[in-house]
Design a protein around this ligand. Structure first.
Ligand code: GDP
Ligand code: IMO
Ligand code: MG
Length: 421
């Protein structure tokens, strides 16, 4: 029985999913996003060009593949149109390659306003969202008030929209939030018309028919496990299931049809927005990681918080997702470091634990194992054998601790800077 493989982030997002999906796409016939929306920013580099994708799957540059925006995704027609038109300018016509699920939910202009209003109301306790209306759109989905892509084909589309907008406006008024969406609304109506150029499909049948016909599928995650609405550092999370189970609900693929689960992590950790981060560094080393790793949000440009690799969190993510293969990114960022640290446990009130806690309290102390830096440019290595011993010790330790093989190591942002074992 043909199974779908999955690729997803094991940390707080921005692990390098876009790059790896692009690298793996030649092995698949279909690439499908299963959750999230334009809060994602997936960077791909090849041939001296750099692209950032938000809603469009990262398989579109490998020619002739079918790319699907699944039912678990929330779609902002305005941002989608801008993204698709930009790609068309560089010669990538998506109308033949891209299909959109009828059951994907639409982000309305008022959802963006609600996102901003809820954040303002939270004050210093704000989540630090991307401001793209993600939370309010998923809220409407769960409360059975959402608008779906399939509604575009209904003669009642404008009525459904007007009802949703009126409901949102009531909430915005109650929050004393002032806004003007007239220009945005105009753009939105044009952009939803534009959506109709694409194949709007029953994607659950499409993906299952593909699998039944023996065609290979790669399911692409957005965000990361520690931002999952159930298992992440709640409430500082996104509003979707970023974990492997999200593939089942976000594409209609049954659990027994999940194959390999590729888990991506950075050789250190980053986080953007508010919320706990046990191994965060506030010192010069943190600043170095940010500077060398260009750790600024692909979408928002916000500074990413940086810290050491956290094996407590990584093992937790591996457990939740059933990861079968690990992919390690950005180790090249630490090329010049004398010492590199990995957290293997936490100390909470004098007690040691290797479990990710319900809440990360102040005073939690990571317990570190130190590694000698490799002090050379990993980007010069073209095979695993060429890696320095000190680096191999770092990789071996991660494999031993997690019990999962590190199969791919990325040593630079370019498609070609990827080493497989
Ligand atoms: P995503 O959201 O998981 O797709 O990741 P982002 O694109 O938001 O962030 C990853 C960043 O790291 C991008 O700027 C990539 O170009 C870059 N990147 C990916 N892999 C590597 C790597 O191995 N080394 C370095 N130095 N940069 C990388
Ligand atoms: P990719 O796919 C990193 C974070 C936001 C915020 C929280 C909630 O590029 O890895 P939201 O707008 O989703 O309601 O914000 O989640 N966040 C991300 N952080 N990478 C992402 O996506 C993210 N998408 C959302 O910063 O803390
Ligand atoms: Mg990103």
């Amino acid at each position: 029985m043909k199974k779908a493989d999955v690729i997803l982030g094991l940390q707080w997002g921005d692990e390098g999913k876009g790059k790896v999906v692009d690298v793996l796409t030649p092995r698949y016939e279909v690439v499908a996003r299963f959750q999230g929306g334009p809060n994602a920013g997936h960077t791909l580099e090849f041939g001296g060009e750099k692209y950032i994708l938000r809603s469009i799957p990262s398989g579109i540059f490998q020619g002739g593949k079918t790319n699907i925006i699944g039912n678990g995704v929330v779609l902002d027609a305005i941002l989608f149109r801008a993204e698709a038109e930009e790609l068309a300018k560089s010669g990538h016509d998506l109308t033949k390659q891209l299909c959109i699920s009828k059951k994907a939910h639409l982000i309305l202009p008022t959802h963006r306003m609600l996102d901003a209003a809820y954040e303002a109301a939270k004050g210093s306790a704000k989540i630090g969202t991307t401001g793209k209306g993600i939370g309010p759109t998923y809220t409407d989905k769960i409360s059975r008030n959402g608008m779906r892509v399939g509604d575009l084909l209904s003669p009642d589309f404008k009525t459904i929209y007007a009802k949703a907008k009126a409901r949102h406006e009531n909430i915005l008024r109650s929050l004393n939030y002032t806004y003007d969406i007239s220009a945005l609304e105009h753009q939105w109506f044009e952009a939803v018309e534009y959506l109709k150029r694409f194949r709007i499909i029953d994607s659950e049948y499409f993906v299952n028919d593909c699998l039944n016909a023996g065609r290979s599928i790669l399911a692409e995650g957005a965000q990361g496990t520690l931002l999952d609405v159930d298992f992440g550092s709640y409430p500082f999370v996104t509003s979707s299931n970023t974990v492997c189970a999200g593939v089942c609900t976000g594409l209609g693929i049954a659990p027994n049809r999940i194959g390999e689960v590729y888990g991506i992590f950075k050789a250190y950790c980053t986080r953007v927005g508010s919320g706990p981060f046990p191994t965060e560094l506030f010192d010069e080393t943190g600043a170095e990681l940010r500077r060398i790793g260009h750790e600024f949000g692909a979408v928002t440009g916000r500074e990413r918080r940086c810290g050491w690799l956290d094996l407590v969190a990584l093992k937790y993510s591996i457990m939740i997702n059933g990861v079968t293969q690990l992919i390690m990114m950005k180790s090249d960022v630490m090329n010049d470091f004398d010492t590199i640290r990995i957290a293997t446990a936490y100390e909470i009130d004098g007690q040691r634990t290797t479990e990710f806690p319900y809440t990360v309290i102040d005073g939690l102390k990571p317990v570190y194992t130190d590694f000698e830096g490799w002090k050379c440019d990993l980007r010069d290595c073209r095979s695993y054998d060429e890696f320095p011993e000190a680096f191999k010790r770092y990789v071996d330790f991660i494999e031993q601790e997690t019990g999962v093989p590190v199969k791919i190591i990325s040593v630079g942002p370019d498609r070609d800077e990827t080493i497989e074992r």
